[in-house]
Design a protein. Structure first.
Length: 576
């Protein structure tokens, strides 16, 4: 929502930029005519055309970037050109000249049709084509971030919101008239200096990117990466149920809502532990749908509770369904998922959602996500992430009582869990989840990441907290980094009790050896379940490996993993 607001305000402020001047004659050409039949259709046509053309530009830019590593330099060149247009109106005018001629031609044709809604809409389309090269700094950052990080529905929405902001300010100018237009002209002088200052900042940013000083910055502030903001918004729209105070010994009641019918499960690509289930066939049962993926540490820590509820309340009619929605490509392999289900001791039905059909049907956004469905097939409660297990169990019990079962086992579930499934520590200063593939890499130190090509990296002598680095020969791909030679290392200065790393070996089936160090020494008693006291370990499958579990606290440590064999893929760090 914050990024949408920024995009909208950026569009509103476009009217203060000199680059809006070529558009104004077309906008005010019909200022003396009824707004509903003239001004409004023209602004709609202008905004939609602009958003469409700009979105096509981002798609094309993203394709260029993904074609090879040099596409990133193409994107930076575009951003540098944007900076020059902000500094020099002459350069901006030269670039927009062919679009001005095209806009004039199309607008004259549209206006020839007279005073009609369709003529005004045609004028708006022409104005939108003219307006596309008139890029302010916020728009430039939108387009460049989309080119470097990938176009998406979210980027297209931001462009549409940006155009809506510009259309709003122009509509205000049309409605109020000459006084706003005169005030706008008075602000153009100050706006010109602001525009030049922003142009200098954009060029400085290009220099920082070219020197590798920005590594991970665009990913961290990507306009499409709004997961935490979406979570807060969702919590605001669907606040957690209020627990009623109960008398001693009485059953806890939760005020539940009706969040709509349970969506279809028909999109599953494969079912494990069960034949395919349907919403109709589940009618009359209380259902818990758990969205998870087997290399997700948050999912693994919630799993003991889900597994315990499935066993504890099965006789009362609870049906637990695990919807396995993969995050990484290796999690789409049915064999990998089948092995994980067996090793994790999951006996309830698991639907493989490789095409994200069930994920989209539930409009889900998170791992893990728990949806609680009553016997009538209505979603009554949803919980995202770890924690609040007592509340979730209270919801299950209440839905079972609503379904007519009053003979429930005693409330309270405290499952035993070890290794990566053990509860996270209470340390609030732990390092963030960190991806190694260039698609979402952040906090990388030691120069720049080279995309899809083998490169000899050199780790810096010092790392700041939460920074990581590569050393040796690596090929960094979209989702992972591949160790090309023996001796390749990854270093991370982390904070937290536990350190986990999602890794996998090559498809030849041979195990890959590795060794870890903490502050340059063997981990000793701080080793994880997948390493020994000497720091030795073996990678035999694609999964999450627990490499460190500190016995005393979770202070800052320098972690190092060295791969004694080549052919290892490293995906993501998580902490606990």
């Amino acid at each position: 929502m914050i990024f949408l607001l920024i995009a909208y305000l950026g569009g509103v402020l476009t009217i203060l930029s000199p680059c809006i001047l070529p558009v104004l004659p077309f906008v005010f050409a019909r200022a003396d005519r009824p707004f509903r039949r003239n001004g409004l259709p023209m602004l709609i046509g202008m905004g939609v055309t602009f958003a469409l053309v700009a979105s096509l530009a981002t798609v094309g830019g993203a394709w260029v970037v993904r074609a090879n590593q040099y596409g990133r330099w193409v994107a930076m060149a575009v951003l540098a050109l944007l900076g020059l247009t902000l500094i020099s109106p002459h350069i901006a005018a030269a670039l927009s000249r062919p679009f001005v001629r095209l806009g004039q031609s199309l607008s004259q044709r549209a206006d020839a049709h007279g005073d009609s809604v369709w003529a005004s809409l045609g004028l708006g389309v022409a104005t939108g084509l003219l307006w596309v090269p008139c890029a302010g700094p916020i728009l430039g950052l939108l387009l460049t971030a989309a080119a470097i990080n990938g176009a998406s529905v979210a980027t297209a929405l931001l462009l549409l919101v940006y155009s809506a902001g510009a259309a709003t300010s122009l509509a205000l100018a049309l409605l109020i008239g000459g006084r706003v237009f005169a005030a706008m002209k008075r602000t153009l002088g100050a706006g010109e200096w602001l525009r030049r200052a922003l142009g200098v900042l954009v060029l400085a940013g290009v220099a920082a990117i070219a020197l590798g000083l920005d590594t991970g910055l665009l990913t961290r502030v990507s306009l499409a990466s709004t997961g935490p903001l979406e979570q807060k918004l969702l919590q605001a729209l669907h606040p957690a149920p209020v627990t009623r105070a109960a008398a001693p010994g009485a059953e806890t009641n939760v005020l539940l809502a009706d969040l709509g019918p349970m969506p279809s499960l028909a999109g599953a690509t494969l079912w494990l532990n069960s034949p395919p289930l349907t919403t109709a066939g589940l009618r009359g049962k209380v259902v818990l749908v758990d969205f998870w993926t087997y290399s997700c540490i948050n999912c693994l820590r919630a799993l003991p509770y889900v597994r315990a509820w499935a066993e504890k309340y099965a006789k009362q009619g609870l049906v637990v369904i695990g919807v396995h929605a993969p995050e990484f490509a290796f999690e789409k392999d049915p064999g990998n998922v089948r092995d994980a289900v067996r090793e994790l001791g999951i006996h309830y039905p698991v639907a493989l959602d490789n095409d994200y059909a069930i994920w989209r049907a539930f409009n889900n956004q998170y791992w893990p996500a728990h949806y609680f469905i009553d016997a009538r097939g209505r979603i009554r409660y949803a919980h995202f992430g770890e924690g609040e297990y007592d509340r979730s169990e209270a919801v299950i019990r209440q839905l079972l009582r609503e379904a007519g079962d009053t003979r429930l086992p005693q409330a309270g579930t405290r499952p035993t869990a070890a290794g990566a499934q053990a509860a996270a520590s209470s340390n609030m200063q732990q390092s963030p989840e960190t991806y190694v593939g260039y698609e979402r890499a952040s906090n990388f130190a030691g120069g720049r990441l080279v995309y899809d090509d083998s490169w000899n990296y050199h780790a810096p002598s010092q790392l700041r907290p939460d920074q990581w680095a590569l050393d040796g020969h690596w090929t960094v791909q979209r989702q992972f980094a591949h160790a090309d030679q023996a001796g390749a290392r990854v270093l991370y200065r982390f904070r937290g009790r536990d350190l986990h790393l999602v890794m996998g070996a090559a498809a030849d089936g041979k195990p890959r050896r590795f060794r870890i160090r903490l502050d340059g020494l063997a981990p000793g008693t701080d080793h994880g379940v997948d390493t020994d006291a000497d720091g030795q370990g073996v990678i035999s499958e694609h999964r999450l490996y627990q490499l460190v579990r500190q016995k005393d606290g979770g202070g800052e440590r320098l972690f190092e993993i060295e791969f004694l064999d080549p052919g290892v893929s490293v995906y993501a760090f998580t902490f606990g």
